[in-house]
Design a protein around this ligand. Structure first.
Ligand code: 5GP
Length: 228
């Protein structure tokens, strides 16, 4: 369907992913709070709620049987296993707001993002990267209560996730939080205005890889030209 004159605007799905420990949730929360034109896609998950999390707001918390029945009935746009739990974005979370002209923010991990890329040509993909591997390791250490092998495992997962950058349109380094939020807001504004080229010049993946933005400088093959 080609939108013609007077066709109602459809919303844009914005997918935000990052290696674990990059601070993606903080950036996403700030965007949702500050930008009334974008809403949060509430995912389904089989993991237990954490303190303060509300069912239907942070996630739809479901048991594995319910989740697998939803998979079977084709209710998910994407789903993935992460850290022993299942996570998925339902078609329902996306379709109504998009049709009503509202943008939707999907805060999901990289396997799910790859599935959305296959299935939704209208989606835009933003990847947050940590300033450096050392900083990432520091963040993953958290309060210092985890065993060294647990931290090492998390770091290995994050390095793998970092390599997924090639499936994303945009890269934002999460060094200073306000700068990262402003950069993502700029991408959203440019995409809405149909000024993709401008956004890509400033925040495009190829440019980020070429200059080795943040931890990308430490990625094997950084600086080499990539194909999609
Ligand atoms: P957490 O359990 O910490 O809330 O989330 C764990 C990971 O799952 C995070 O990387 C988060 O972005 C991701 N996640 C949350 N919802 C979804 C979803 O619907 N699909 C996918 N693929 N990942 C999700």
């Amino acid at each position: 369907m080609t939108p013609g004159h007077g066709a109602p605007r459809r919303g844009i799905p914005f997918v935000v992913s990052a290696p674990s420990g990059t601070g993606k949730t903080t950036v996403c929360r700030a965007l949702i709070e500050r930008d009334p034109r974008i809403e949060f896609s509430v995912s389904h998950t089989t993991r237990a709620p954490r303190a303060g999390e509300r069912d239907g707001v942070d996630y739809h918390f479901v048991d594995e049987e319910t989740f697998l029945a939803m998979v079977k009935h084709g209710r998910f746009l994407e789903h993935a296993e992460y850290s022993g739990s299942l996570y998925g974005t339902s078609h329902e979370a996306l379709d109504a707001p998009i049709a009503a002209g509202r943008d939707v923010l999907l805060e999901i991990e990289v396997q799910g993002a790859a599935q959305v890329r296959e299935r939704r040509a209208d989606a835009r993909f933003i990847f947050l990267v940590p300033p450096s591997m050392a900083e990432l390791e520091e963040r993953l250490r958290g309060r210092g209560t985890d065993a060294p092998e647990v931290i090492a495992r998390r770091l290995a997962v994050s390095v793998n996730e970092l390599a997924a950058v090639r499936g994303f349109d945009y890269v934002v380094v999460n060094d200073a939080l306000e700068d990262a939020i402003a950069a993502v807001a700029e991408i959203l504004a440019a995409e809405r205005a149909g000024e993709r080229r401008r956004a890509l010049e400033r925040h495009g993946r190829e440019a980020a890889l070429a200059r080795g933005a943040g931890a990308l400088a430490e990625l094997p093959g950084a600086g080499a030209p990539t194909s999609d």
